[in-house]
Design a protein around this ligand. Structure first.
Ligand code: ADP
Ligand code: MG
Length: 716
């Protein structure tokens, strides 16, 4: 969370002479500034505060002893080793070194008195220690536990300890730890028994050098007030920064859009082949309220696959276009853009043409001529609706008056891309600087704690209801060895006039292999499903390397019902909408992520027919499916609730991976754990607005301590 400018100290050195290896390693770990070092907390601790008697040690103890060398010999059996016997007056112990330097051998000479630390092993021949650390006896014993830090090659603990300690001292000297939390708001868990608050500096000192009387359990489970203080700090910084960006956005201007009587919005409702669900109406209302304000909307619309987000988006687009404004719709890939928005366009285009308005497409694979034409339509404003992929945010694209940008599958867009979208749209012709409203859509619901922390700057609308008439999908786990039975089942579905998806896994880092695999499966299924004398079944193939036109053609055949089985790689992951498809087979399901599986499953069960999802797994060479893969598959069988799936996914993967591009590593929480620190998170959420209002300077200081220059990324 804290990587920003390197400290003056290191920077000065780097300019005058090249960095030493440990300095480079420090940099690599992101330990540039004093505060970074101060926040680099130990993995564990070693107790070097006591000397124990050998006679009191037990097998497996990490022990520190002081003893005199009584013999030191090189033995050659079973291999070359240095055998040293020491005696501390209570007992003896044999030290074994398989690698040793002459200088070490000298230090271990007979008669020398040493302070030794190592793991005690018992055994037939008496106590032994393998490769203990040692130095000459004497010298004061430390009065705090010795920290062991996470480190990397080329960065010895001893060096790191010194660096951390000096970082801590310097940071304190330069005022990095001044109190920013008003005492009356200090969280209770960060107070000691006497209701005295732990300061940040005190907490860090303690965590780096805890006194030996501390409860190790409290340190380990991070309930100690010092830990609580640190987590509180971090969560508060996150909340403050997001609230700041939200407030900054409230200062910006956006076109206020009004719902016109008899306008596009109403007309669209009139042509829809169904009525809206209560959830769609509620969410539509939330969005309409935002659009009416002069402040840019920044809303996330989340809803499980199939919950009907597209209609909601179309209604929002209608409101924007009604006022003569433009609306942009983006999806992460061409095929998704096509599938997600075709229906929407089908509804809107007929309503737009009487107004002399059109829909423009922008994709990467477009011919130059077509593209130029589209750019013209967009610049002139003739295109009221602009649909496409990343191509929509490219430099050459100039909108006349963009009022609303809708991003589907927002988590598949990187932070940088979303920032580009906002920046690109800052200016409009001749008007004061305005920003478009932004509606982001996601089929991966964000668990509550994540929404409260990482997405605190977003308004969230949730579609928590599926359109009526859906039948629940039955999910089954099937071993790969039962492929033949499965083919029988497919044939049965086809006989019933139903259609089937067969998804082949992505083979990590090898698109080519991926392809061979899908191609082979396609050939096998074609053969198996078309025995002589039976009505032929069309089996199609769809993969990411196909030219867009071919993909389109295949999809069209599947959608029309002419194609019975669609074999594909994960290109169909989201967005395909064929209500007649009733069976989804996912091959090597153990290789897929949980939310990916859930999304895939969402492709069936869209019509009235009973639908099933078959997760076929292979055990591989080990004969077993890995524990996490098993957890994923179990979750799929046990629930089809998108929120529950998301919650389990978070549990299995942790927030880092879950959040993907939104929060690159630097901005992730390092100390707080959302699963455990719900109370502190709530505390931070309540305190943040209060601090911005009543203690703006403290708030500012707090954010810059924790986020330095990184907070921009949180705003995307
Ligand atoms: P998603 O939220 O996954 O994007 P879609 O918008 O693609 O879901 O909607 C899934 C299907 O449900 C589409 O065929 C859509 O036309 C249909 N649909 C959406 N809303 C309703 C509704 N209120 N009643 C019936 N069908 C609906
Ligand atoms: Mg969708």
């Amino acid at each position: 969370m804290t990587r920003t400018k390197p400290s003056v100290k290191l920077e000065a050195k780097s300019e005058s002479k090249p960095l030493s290896a440990p300095q480079k390693a420090l940099r690599k770990l992101g330990l540039d500034r004093d505060i970074d070092l101060a926040l680099h907390l130990p993995l564990r601790y070693e107790d070097e505060t006591r000397i124990v008697r050998l006679a009191d040690t037990r097998e497996g103890d990490m022990a520190q002893i002081e003893a005199t060398v009584v013999s030191c010999d090189i033995a050659y059996k079973p291999r070359r080793q240095l055998l040293v016997v020491v005696d501390d007056g209570s007992d003896t112990c044999t030290l074994r070194f398989f690698s040793f330097y002459p200088s070490q051998q000298k230090a271990l000479a007979v008669g020398n008195r040493l302070r030794l630390r190592g793991e005690v092993k018992g055994g037939f021949m008496g106590r032994t220690m393998m490769h203990p650390s040692f130095h000459m006896a004497g010298g004061e014993l430390p009065n705090a536990l010795t920290p062991v830090y996470p480190t990397s090659a080329g960065l010895p603990q001893v060096y790191l300890r010194k660096a951390v300690h000096s970082g801590l001292v310097h940071a304190a000297r330069h005022g990095a730890f001044v109190e920013t939390i008003p005492p009356e708001y200090m969280p209770r868990s960060a107070m000691s028994a006497g209701a005295k608050a732990w300061s940040l500096e005190q907490s860090l000192h303690f965590l780096h050098h805890p006194t030996p009387d501390v409860s190790l359990a409290q340190l380990e489970d991070r309930t100690h007030p010092a830990w609580q203080r640190l987590k509180a700090e971090e969560l508060l910084a996150q909340q403050l920064s997001q609230l700041q960006s939200k407030r900054a956005r409230d200062e910006l201007r956006a076109p206020a859009l009004v719902l016109k009587k008899g306008g596009l919005h109403e007309q669209l409702l009139g042509v829809l082949p169904f009525g809206l669900t209560a959830a769609q109406r509620r969410v539509g209302e939330e969005i309409a309220q935002d659009l009416m304000r002069q402040v840019p909307m920044h809303r996330l619309l989340q809803g499980d696959v199939g919950s009907g987000k597209t209609v909601v988006a179309a209604l929002a687009a209608a409101v924007a276009m009604d006022g003569g404004w433009q609306c942009a719709l983006m999806a992460p890939t061409e095929i998704l853009a096509e599938q997600h928005f075709r229906k929407l366009i089908g509804w809107l285009e007929p309503l737009l043409s009487p107004l002399g308005k059109r829909v423009a497409w922008l994709t990467g694979s477009q011919k130059k001529k077509e593209r130029t034409e589209m750019l013209g339509l967009i610049a002139s404003g003739e295109a009221a609706l602009v649909v496409g992929t990343h191509a929509v945010i490219q430099e050459q694209v100039q909108f006349k008056n963009l009022a609303l940008a809708i991003i589907d599958e927002q988590h598949r867009f990187g932070v940088a891309q979303r920032l580009a979208l906002r920046e690109k749209m800052l200016t409009h012709d001749g008007m004061p600087e305005q920003e478009p409203h932004m509606l982001m859509m996601s089929a991966t619901p964000i668990p509550r704690t994540l929404a409260m922390s990482y997405y605190a700057d977003l308004d969230v609308s949730t579609l928590d209801e599926l359109p009526p008439g859906r039948t629940p999908v039955v999910t089954k786990l099937v071993s790969e060895s039962r492929r033949d039975e499965l083919i029988e089942r497919i044939r049965h579905q086809l006989d019933e006039g139903r259609q089937v998806y067969w998804v082949c896994p992505l083979i990590e880092e090898s698109e080519a292999l991926d392809l061979t695999n899908a191609t082979e499966t396609h050939a096998l299924l074609t053969e198996a499903l078309n025995p002589p004398g039976v009505k032929p079944v069309l089996v199609g193939l769809l993969h990411s390397r196909m030219p867009p036109a071919e993909k389109k053609a295949v999809m069209a055949q599947f959608e029309s019902g002419a194609m019975g089985v669609l074999v594909s790689t994960t290109v169909i992951e989201v967005g395909v909408d064929v209500p007649n498809a009733s069976l989804m087979v996912i091959e090597h399901a153990e290789r897929f992520g949980l939310s990916q599986l859930h999304q895939l499953r969402g492709r069936v069960g869209r019509g009235a027919a009973a639908s099933a999802c078959v997760l076929m797994y292979a055990t591989g060479e080990s004969g077993r499916v890995s524990e996490t893969a098993r957890e994923r598959l179990r979750a799929m069988v046990e629930t089809s609730d998108g929120f529950e799936i998301a919650r389990r996914d978070l549990e299995i993967r942790g927030p880092g991976e879950f959040l993907g591009a939104r929060q690159s590593g630097a901005a992730l929480l390092r100390f707080a754990d959302l699963a455990e620190d719900g109370e502190l998170l709530q505390w931070a959420r309540e305190l943040a607005p209060l601090m911005l209002d009543m203690y703006p300077e403290l708030a500012e200081r707090h954010v810059s301590r924790w986020l330095g220059g990184k907070s921009d990324f949180l705003k995307a």
